[in-house]
Design a protein around this ligand. Structure first.
Ligand SMILES: [Zn+2]
Ligand SMILES: [Zn+2]
Length: 68
Protein backbone atom coordinates (compact mmCIF):
# COMPACT_ATOMS: atom_id res chain seq x y z
CA UNK A 1 0.00 0.00 0.00
CA UNK A 2 1.48 3.25 -1.14
CA UNK A 3 0.36 6.60 0.09
CA UNK A 4 0.33 9.53 -2.24
CA UNK A 5 2.35 12.47 -0.96
CA UNK A 6 0.38 15.54 -1.82
CA UNK A 7 0.19 19.20 -0.98
CA UNK A 8 -1.38 18.37 2.31
CA UNK A 9 1.87 16.94 3.62
CA UNK A 10 4.07 19.71 2.27
CA UNK A 11 1.91 22.26 3.96
CA UNK A 12 2.21 20.48 7.26
CA UNK A 13 5.95 21.14 7.38
CA UNK A 14 7.30 24.38 8.82
CA UNK A 15 9.92 26.18 6.71
CA UNK A 16 11.60 27.58 9.80
CA UNK A 17 12.07 24.50 11.96
CA UNK A 18 11.61 21.87 9.21
CA UNK A 19 9.27 19.97 11.44
CA UNK A 20 5.62 19.20 11.47
CA UNK A 21 3.64 22.37 12.08
CA UNK A 22 2.71 23.04 15.68
CA UNK A 23 -0.24 25.38 16.04
CA UNK A 24 -0.02 26.28 12.34
CA UNK A 25 -0.72 29.78 11.14
CA UNK A 26 -0.66 31.22 7.65
CA UNK A 27 0.71 34.60 6.68
CA UNK A 28 -1.21 36.79 4.24
CA UNK A 29 1.24 35.76 1.48
CA UNK A 30 0.05 32.21 1.91
CA UNK A 31 2.94 30.54 3.69
CA UNK A 32 2.58 28.30 6.69
CA UNK A 33 4.60 28.32 9.89
CA UNK A 34 4.30 27.27 13.49
CA UNK A 35 2.93 30.18 15.46
CA UNK A 36 5.91 29.93 17.78
CA UNK A 37 8.45 29.93 14.92
CA UNK A 38 7.10 32.86 12.94
CA UNK A 39 6.45 34.92 16.05
CA UNK A 40 9.96 34.54 17.40
CA UNK A 41 11.43 34.95 13.92
CA UNK A 42 9.71 38.29 13.56
CA UNK A 43 10.69 39.44 17.04
CA UNK A 44 14.34 38.60 16.40
CA UNK A 45 14.71 39.72 12.80
CA UNK A 46 12.61 42.85 12.88
CA UNK A 47 12.14 44.28 16.35
CA UNK A 48 10.64 47.34 14.68
CA UNK A 49 9.42 48.07 11.20
CA UNK A 50 7.87 45.73 8.70
CA UNK A 51 8.16 42.00 9.19
CA UNK A 52 9.04 40.00 6.15
CA UNK A 53 8.08 36.46 5.35
CA UNK A 54 11.09 34.14 5.75
CA UNK A 55 10.03 32.25 2.66
CA UNK A 56 9.11 34.82 0.04
CA UNK A 57 10.30 38.03 1.72
CA UNK A 58 6.98 39.73 1.31
CA UNK A 59 6.80 42.54 3.82
CA UNK A 60 3.91 42.58 6.22
CA UNK A 61 3.35 45.90 7.93
CA UNK A 62 0.88 44.28 10.19
CA UNK A 63 1.48 40.58 10.40
CA UNK A 64 -1.73 38.73 9.92
CA UNK A 65 -1.68 35.23 11.18
CA UNK A 66 -4.57 32.99 10.41
CA UNK A 67 -5.08 29.91 12.50
CA UNK A 68 -6.45 26.83 10.86
ZN1 LIG B 1 8.26 25.67 13.03
ZN1 LIG C 1 5.52 34.31 2.16
Amino acid sequence: MKRHVGEEEQRSCCALCQKVLMDPVSTSCGHWFCRQCITSYWVQSTPSGPSSCPQCETEHLQPELTSI
